[in-house]
Design a protein around this ligand. Structure first.
Ligand code: ZN
Length: 387
């Protein structure tokens, strides 16, 4: 993406720059079926697709939140994918590519969701999966998935960024095919989030996306751009990247114009607890070219937004996902979102991914021994009249 050099297969350019998948010839667009492969005319052509029927996730119109905040709020719920996060979209493309190349072993570094997804798709493809994780920093649901789908799991005393360095070297030396989003085939699948949003809603003003390793916001932007080129969409929404205050290298780069890694990233939103996102340049390009912005929210704001989505809309997401809606609330409070704007929040992973973070902030269940005790609680509660 920086020097214009072309490769048949690589993770990075020899200049250190990022790679993008480019298609030759004119596209003949045909949209058929549901999910990621509905958009096969925008995706690489494989002899065999390794798929768990990912994509085709709900896009909810949030009436209660819209009314409360005076905007038109929609939520794209990526938790409804086969392994409970948006990673499955990129993984079906990435693993199909690995299969095409005859790879037997795949590897990734992960904050949890990528490893869960890769483990499942490797199982489906009959490949060996190796994952490297930052020890003690992986939400319970994600670790359970990675282990149970049969991946070999390694923990490192360090951050995601440390794990990423090890995995990149391991892949560069040819021991396994790397399926982190540095692999340019991963964002190809993820751009279908943009396609699905664009097909469902017209005239979107802004799209809010949590930013961790930073490929997803760019992938969604790329999807919008390709739909615009084909006349399947009328306007480019402003892309808003949201990070946690404890891990905000992209926000800092957006504000200062200079990218530097963020030391010792720390946030309750473990899926975006990344100090040195490999795809930062792609995210910044998407933000700049769409006239968007990058903003940071506190852990408190993230947890409050997570609760709002659950109790007002019945949408259960993990903390990192709620960063997108926390970002909406922040811009509303600052007065920088116009009334009646049409907004889409992308929520990236399911509530069940991280039950521990929810239990820490939830009330404990009340013990009762009998029907009478239940009624006692009901009499204390003003809303407890028989329905
Ligand atoms: Zn280059």
């Amino acid at each position: 993406m920086e020097c214009g050099r072309e490769y048949e297969e690589a993770y990075r350019c020899s200049c250190g720059g990022l790679l993008d998948v480019v298609y030759e010839g004119k596209r003949s667009v045909e949209l058929k079926g549901k999910g990621v492969w509905r958009y096969s005319s925008f995706l690489p052509d494989f002899k065999k697709r390794i798929s768990l029927q990912e994509g085709g996730t709900p896009l909810y119109r949030c009436d209660r939140l819209s009314e409360r905040f005076g905007v038109e709020m929609h939520v794209k719920f990526e938790g409804a994918n086969p392994t409970g996060s948006f990673k499955d979209r990129g993984m079906t493309v990435g693993i199909s590519r690995a299969f095409e190349l005859g790879k037997k072993r795949v590897v990734c570094a992960s904050t949890g969701n990528t490893s869960a997804s890769m483990a499942a798709y490797a199982a489906k493809a009959g490949m060996r999966a190796l994952v490297v994780l930052p020890k003690g920093k992986i939400a319970m649901g994600k670790l359970a998935q990675s282990l149970f789908y049969g991946a070999e799991v390694f923990e490192i005393d360090g951050s995601f960024d440390d794990a990423m360095r090890i995995v990149e070297r391991y892949a560069d030396e040819g021991y396994a095919y790397m399926l982190n989003s540095l692999n340019p085939f991963r964002p190809e699948g993820q751009k279908t989030i943009g396609f699905e949003i664009a097909e469902a809603i017209k005239g979107i003003d802004r799209v809010f996306v949590p930013v961790g390793n930073a490929a997803n916001i760019w992938a969604i932007y790329k999807g919008f751009k390709e739909f615009l080129e084909e006349g399947l969409m009328d306007n480019m929404p402003r892309m808003i990247g949201v990070q946690a205050k404890g891990a905000m290298p992209v926000v800092r780069a957006y504000e200062s114009g200079i990218f530097r890694a963020f030391d010792n990233p720390e946030t309750v939103a473990t899926a975006i607890r990344i100090g040195n996102p490999v795809n930062a340049k792609k995210a910044l390009t998407a933000i700049k070219e769409s006239d968007g912005s990058a903003i940071a929210v506190s852990d408190e704001e993230i947890l409050e937004a997570q609760r709002d989505l659950a109790v007002m809309e019945g949408i259960g997401v993990e903390p990192a996902s709620a960063a997108s809606f926390a970002g909406v609330k922040k811009l509303l409070a600052e007065g920088s979102i116009g009334k009646s704007e049409r907004i889409v929040c992308v929520t990236t992973g399911h509530l069940l991914k991280d039950p521990d973070s929810v239990m820490r902030v939830s009330a404990q269940p009340k013990s009762i021994k009998s029907y009478e005790e239940l009624l006692e609680y009901e009499h204390q509660d003003q809303c407890g009249s028989p329905a």
